[in-house]
Design a protein around this ligand. Structure first.
Ligand SMILES: NC(=O)c1ccc[n+]([C@@H]2O[C@H](COP(=O)([O-])OP(=O)(O)OC[C@H]3O[C@@H](n4cnc5c(N)ncnc54)[C@H](OP(=O)(O)O)[C@@H]3O)[C@@H](O)[C@H]2O)c1
Length: 318
């Protein structure tokens, strides 16, 4: 990072007028601009400031920028002023329609900049936004914050990004101040695909956890006591992923982690015990259904990664 991009530590105001009279043609006095200072946008701006990057901020409700200005951010008076303040523009708004409504009128000012959109949306939203940005001469990166707000600014916070490789390479250091910033490839839709896939993965694990907490709770175990044991067990579970991914790629399912039939029988015990404690069985019913369908499709003697076929409906996607 160039020294002159660093925050002076002084708070200030940055108006469109200031920008226009800046005399450097591009008006750039800032490394990064953040547009949308909700829960997530505020944390993004804080992380940039903490990493020492000169940060310009804009929010519809201007008062939400006050605390950031006190921390060293520069307030833009308008969305246009925020865009023109920096070569890197990060937006974080409720949805893509809002992004379009907000940036549409100032699209001409995006030319030559890198737009990073950390608004949640679908792969189609991302593709359309990338085309729109390209039409206005901007490099576009779509992205998703995968780790909530609390970890932002720490290595444990995962940000997935896809789209312009040049835009990512140019601003990698700034984006890395948000956490672990992973560029998935040039397709702008990839970040949204990973976002939804990882969301489902997290929910799968959490749904299993919530059911487990209910089950041990019915036997008088504290959730926190259980969580400590469960956390120690998770490295085994995650250790299976790379291995099973390879098996799915190869289309071969050795049964050294137990067969589909053995796991189906064990799942029956989970369903039975849950029912015996008066619990809902939706979660283990889902697992059992995957295993039973895999067995019915002729994969009973395969390893458990063989359930992939029940989800892809028999198609090989890889
Ligand atoms: N919060 C999380 O944990 C989290 C995690 C991952 C991803 N995300 C994603 O991050 C995005 C933002 O979420 P958030 O939690 O930060 O939302 P939020 O706290 O509700 O903030 C929404 C922001 O959008 C602004 N906004 C809303 N409508 C607007 C409009 N018509 N014109 C201009 N600005 C408008 C709001 O401005 P005002 O202040 O003026 O209302 C506010 O700055 C979402 O796509 C969300 O899915 C959030």
């Amino acid at each position: 990072m160039a020294e002159n991009e660093k925050n002076s530590g002084k708070s200030g105001e940055y108006s469109e007028e200031h920008g226009k009279s800046g005399g450097n043609g591009g008006h750039e006095r800032s490394a990064v601009s953040v547009i949308g200072l909700g829960q997530m946008g505020t944390r993004l701006a804080q992380a940039f400031i903490a990493a020492g990057y000169a940060t310009t901020v804009w929010n519809r409700t201007a008062a939400k920028a006050d605390a950031l200005v006190a921390q060293g951010a520069v307030r833009a008076d308008t969305a246009r002023a925020a865009v023109t303040a920096s070569p890197l523009v990060v937006v974080c708004l409720p949805d893509y329609a809002t992004v379009r409504d907000l940036l549409g009128p100032v699209a001409d000012s995006l030319r030559g900049r890198v737009l990073v959109n950390l608004t949640s949306g679908t792969p189609e939203d991302a593709t359309r936004a990338a085309e729109w940005a390209a039409g206005h001469g901007a490099d576009y990166l779509d992205g998703a914050a995968m780790s909530g707000t609390r970890l932002v600014g720490r290595r444990e916070a995962l940000f997935v990004l896809s789209g312009s490789p040049r835009g990512f390479a140019e601003h990698r250091a700034v984006l890395t101040s948000l956490g672990t910033a992973v560029h998935l490839g040039p397709g702008p839709e990839l970040a949204a695909v990973y976002d939804t896939a990882l969301f489902g993965l997290a929910w799968g694990a959490l749904a299993g956890f919530y059911h487990a907490v209910a089950l041990v709770g019915a036997a008088g175990v504290d959730p926190t006591a259980f969580a400590a044991v469960a956390t120690g067990h998770m490295p085994f579970v995650t250790s299976l992923m790379a291995d099973h991914a390879r098996r799915i790629e190869d289309g071969r399912f050795p049964n050294d982690d137990g067969t589909v039939e053995v796991h189906a029988a064990a799942m029956e015990h989970l369903v039975h015990t849950s029912r015996a404690h008066g619990l809902a069985t939706d979660v283990p019913d889902l697992f059992r259904s995957l295993l039973e369908r895999a067995a019915a499709d002729g994969h009973g003697a395969d390893g458990i990664a063989g359930v992939i076929g029940t989800i892809t409906k028999g198609e090989r996607h890889v």
